[in-house]
Ligand binder design. Structure first.
Ligand code: FAD
Length: 498
């Protein structure tokens, strides 16, 4: 790609969540430096799922200058403080992966070391009792706190989010073209993408092409053939069915992930409805059985027809190749167990902005982008595999398969290190912090055999003060929080933060 003249012509292919998140951010950030064009086909439509998010989306919306109450009204969003994992270690048991920190870390040792030490001295409160977000979620309470800010994300209608971003992007100068991409034309000299050819002989030329065509991956794979790393031997689920139902109770500020005999189900409460779905492994459950299981368990009236989806877990070998970057499902997919797909879109878009080429694109930028994006995906992959591997479930062929499967060495190292020492280290700007790993590893049944000796430095009165004051602080704050649903209603109707 050689871009000597401005504006840079950026063509976004596809208008799902990925396409509009990309166009809105590029148009708002780059202004006259870029001319953004987005092509989408209403006839083809979008995947129509993706409702649960993680906290960095709050920052993404801030970067785009989005008013939170406007956003929540437009997307019917609720607040999210974490995920409740049910039946994962054994049927009938649950644990919570909260977004916030737990207790108070020392620079040399996370709070889990102090908690483990306290357990040996008669303090039997669960680890989660020291986490504000977790206790607030359990009580279904929420507020924006001035001093003790809670770490939160959103549960939203992604179709409405795309529509909201579209309005912004178009107001910022993005040109939207309705049409079906029939062919991707390559430059005969250098192999770059030269243009998208639409039905009806329209041609869209560009300097940089962002492939947001979803699982079709028309540009990055269809035209540039970068290849795909298949990860189904580690994450064997390959099917899902989604359905929306009416709400039967006020929304809670968390997503539910409920394991079943060959996968899991989600429940995501929005303001106006509930999102439900089932993820399953087709080698152990056939699609009809999955649908039946989903329909038997949903509450409320069905608002749409069930949406069946097949997928192959993995990642495109190169996310950026020549003058094309894959963003969203075109770049790969991992099941939504930890709500990470929209986040990967966000990371890719921010990286494109950081590495935007001036003049000729540097192969070093491309290599850096691919390395960073792939590192993110591999770290998320390991975190997801943990849920299937570290479990005591052996009750069905699926869970016995998961228990026996080999896992990446990087994950084995993490699990063993934690089991032996209670330690977890965050590397390379990893998305999931120490507390996320600790909550999920302990929730899945890995109990550390030892902890950092520094916890033993505390005298018994200091230990007592630490454990009781932190717990009281959490329960006092939670007791003063408003009800989540009532808070949303007030927040969305007020002009100023409540
Ligand atoms: P799509 O939504 O498929 O959009 C593709 C776009 O390309 C569409 O506009 C389409 O019209 C266009 N297009 C395709 N071909 C052509 C063509 N020939 N011509 C013109 N236009 C074309 N993520 C989360 O973060 N949280 C979740 O809870 C979550 N849940 C999920 C559950 C399931 C079962 C699945 C499968 C995914 C889930 N995701 C979730 C992922 C999330 O849905 C996606 O990351 C997100 O929707 C982005 O999709 P996309 O824009 O890449 O693709």
């Amino acid at each position: 790609m050689n871009t000597t003249s401005l504006p840079l012509r950026i063509v976004v292919a596809g208008g799902g969540t990925a396409g509009w998140m990309t166009a809105a951010a590029l148009a708002r950030t780059l202004g006259p430096v870029a001319q953004v064009t987005l092509v989408e086909s209403e006839q083809i439509g979008t995947i129509g799922v993706g409702e649960s998010t993680i906290p960095p989306l709050v920052a993404y919306n801030c970067i785009l200058g989005i008013n939170e109450a406007d956003f929540m009204r437009a997307t019917q969003a609720t607040f999210k403080l974490g995920i409740n994992f049910e039946n994962w270690r054994v049927p009938g048991e649950s644990y919570f992966h909260s977004f916030g920190g737990t207790g108070k870390d020392h620079w040399s040792a996370g709070f889990q070391h102090f908690w483990l030490h306290a357990q040996t001295h008669g303090y039997d409160a669960p680890y989660g009792d020291y986490c504000l977000e977790l206790k607030a979620a359990e009580a279904s309470r929420f507020a924006h706190l001035p001093d003790d800010r809670m770490n939160y994300a959103y549960q939203l209608d992604s179709g409405l989010y795309a529509r909201f971003l579209r309005r912004m992007a178009e107001a910022d100068g993005t040109q939207r073209i309705e049409g079906r991409i029939a062919k991707v034309e390559l430059d005969g000299d250098n192999g770059d993408i030269a243009a998208l050819l639409l039905d009806g002989d329209r041609q869209i030329e560009g300097d940089l092409f962002i492939d947001c065509t979803g699982f079709r991956a028309l540009l990055i794979e269809g035209a540039l053939h970068v290849g795909y790393d298949d990860w189904t031997h580690w994450l064997p689920c390959d099917g899902a069915v989604a359905i929306q139902t009416s709400s039967v109770r006020p929304p809670v500020p968390y997503t539910r992930a409920i394991a079943h005999e060959a996968g899991w189900q989600w429940r995501i409460p929005l303001q106006h409805r509930q999102g439900n779905g089932i993820v399953y492994c087709s080698s152990f459950m056939d699609p009809d059985a999955a649908l039946e299981k989903l329909l038997a368990s949903v509450e409320g009236d069905r608002l749409v027809q069930p949406n069946p989806i097949r997928f192959r877990t993995g990642a495109r070998r190169r996310q950026w190749h020549r003058n094309c970057v894959a963003v969203g499902l075109s770049g790969g997919f991992m099941e939504p167990l930890e709500s990470t797909s929209i986040h990967l879109i966000q990371r890719a878009v921010l990286r494109i902005l950081r590495m935007l080429p001036a003049g000729t694109v540097s192969p070093l930028d491309i290599a850096e982008f691919n390395d960073q994006q792939m590192t993110d995906m591999e770290q998320i992959r390991d975190f997801l595999i943990l849920h299937y591997k570290a479990t005591d479930r052996r009750d069905t062929p699926f869970w016995r398969h998961c228990a026996a499967m080999a896992v990446p060495d990087s994950l084995t190292h993490r699990m063993e290190l934690f089991r032996q020492t209670g330690r977890v280290f965050r590397k390379n700007e990893e998305l999931f912090a120490e507390n996320s790993w600790v909550q999920v590893m302990m929730g899945q049944g890995i109990t550390p055999q030892s902890h950092h000796p520094i916890a033993g430095k505390l005298r018994s009165d200091e230990l007592n003060h630490l454990m009781t004051s932190l717990k009281h602080q959490v329960s006092r704050t939670v007791a003063n929080l408003p009800d989540h649903a009532a808070y949303i209603a007030r927040y969305c109707s007020a002009q100023e933060p409540v």
